[in-house]
Design a protein around this ligand. Structure first.
Ligand SMILES: Nc1ncnc2c1ncn2[C@@H]1O[C@H](COP(=O)(O)OP(=O)(O)O)[C@@H](O)[C@H]1O
Ligand SMILES: [Mg+2]
Length: 380
């Protein structure tokens, strides 16, 4: 028993939290208040300090200190006073009538289920107490094991996140270098994982995620739709020499070749040759009843096009990993990074669409995917 009393005394004597810092001044409303600080507290209370107002009219109100000022009527500058005369002659005016005030931004009243709108007028002279590191005021925001980041200058005060909101789109905006990717890497992705999501990361630059996670797939290993490959070749060759004419015999022949030939997963020179030969064969088949010079024009345009469709160009599209395999990998291993650093804009977009379209289709079939798609930089 004595031991119990002793413990109580210690708790009450030196660890009372949060600590009293002052009282509410005149003129407070339900949404605005100022605190007159106890002597010396002006060296403790800071901009962004988190406080609780013990409202004499009822309720505990959470608020933030923003905008402080020191007041001393002796040195008021609107008119000449003895204090100013003192200061003018280089002497120290009296600080007896000096006091400090902090504006308080009201967050809300602490209710049973978290914060509520504060509707009661805050009574002047209500006690104001400041939370210190040992407190855990974040619990008033909501109750959740999921957290992200922490309150300003208080690493222990992790900010809770409600699981049901993670399902929504998350946007992170900021100027270059403000820490968007860093935040995503170290806070958002771990949060998503803890909330039970698998994560597929499209690392546009290849430097923000690929070096930091285990399972990485280079862009050129991702399988891209034939339609996208054809569009890319079309752009490269100005519609296979037909300029404005999107539909033309050479384009159709190449399209058939891409569809019919097993060119993926082969060495680039072999794949290129296979596509070329098949397209040429298609043109020959289609040339019956066509004038000799027209057929010759087709072949010329096919040949010129394949001068531009080099091995390097074909190599971009030799990937065989399909979207469903990427999803399976994410499900099994938790996180998969697509390293998109080596690739043209069209190729990046192609892989992006391929994966996004596949996931969308699954979602439209009402499948519960529990997959988060992280797009950093992205297709602007
Ligand atoms: N919270 C942080 N602590 C320490 N370094 C950081 C933090 N946030 C960002 N950085 C560093 O600042 C730089 C820019 O961050 P980054 O996330 O790449 O910015 P952004 O993606 O917005 O352009 C990087 O070198 C990163 O390591
Ligand atoms: Mg970035």
């Amino acid at each position: 028993m004595p031991l119990y009393i002793a413990t109580r005394l210690i708790v009450m004597g030196c660890c009372r939290l949060p600590i009293p810092i002052g009282v509410v001044s005149s003129g407070a409303s339900e949404s605005r208040a100022s605190v007159i600080l106890y002597d010396g507290m002006e060296r403790v209370v800071k901009n962004e300090s988190l406080v609780v107002i013990r409202n004499k009219n009822g309720g505990d109100v959470l608020a933030i200190c923003r905008g402080g000022r020191g007041v001393n009527d002796n040195v008021r500058t609107a008119s000449f006073t003895p204090g100013i005369a003192y200061a003018k002659t280089g002497r120290a005016p009296s600080s007896v009538k000096e006091f400090y005030i902090f504006n308080l931004e009201i967050i809300g009243m602490i209710g049973e289920n978290g914060l509520e709108q504060n509707k009661l007028i805050i009574a002047p002279t209500s006690l104001v107490e400041m939370y210190v590191s040992e407190d855990d005021p974040m619990k008033y925001l909501c109750k959740s094991d999921l957290t992200i980041g922490h309150y300003w200058a208080e690493p222990r005060w992790r900010v809770p996140v409600l699981k049901q909101y993670i399902n929504y789109h998350i946007g992170i905006f900021g100027v270059t270098g403000s820490g968007k990717s860093y935040l995503t890497r170290y806070e958002v992705i771990p949060l998503l994982r803890k909330a039970g999501y698998s994560v597929i990361i499209m690392d546009w630059k290849g430097s923000d995620y690929a070096p930091y996670f285990e399972n990485t797939i280079p862009l050129d290993q991702v399988k891209v739709d034939n339609a996208v490959v054809l569009r890319y070749f079309s752009q490269l060759t100005k519609n296979f020499g037909y300029l404005e004419r999107e539909e033309n015999p050479v384009s159709m022949a190449v399209e058939q070749a891409l569809r019919r030939v097993e060119w993926r997963g082969r060495p680039p020179e072999k794949a290129r040759e296979m596509i070329y030969q098949h397209a040429r064969m298609v043109l020959e088949q289609n040339s019956r009843g066509v004038k000799a010079e027209t057929f010759q024009l087709w072949i010329d345009r096919l040949n010129s096009s394949f001068e531009l469709i080099t091995e390097e160009e074909v190599e971009r599209f030799l990937g065989t990993i399909e979207p469903w395999q990427i999803l399976t990998m994410a499900k099994e291993r938790g996180i998969v990074v697509i390293d998109m650093s080596k690739g043209e804009k069209e190729q990046k977009l192609a892989a992006f669409y391929s994966i996004a379209r596949y996931l969308k289709r699954l979602m439209e079939n009402k499948q519960k995917l529990d997959v988060a798609l992280v797009i950093d930089e992205g297709p602007q």
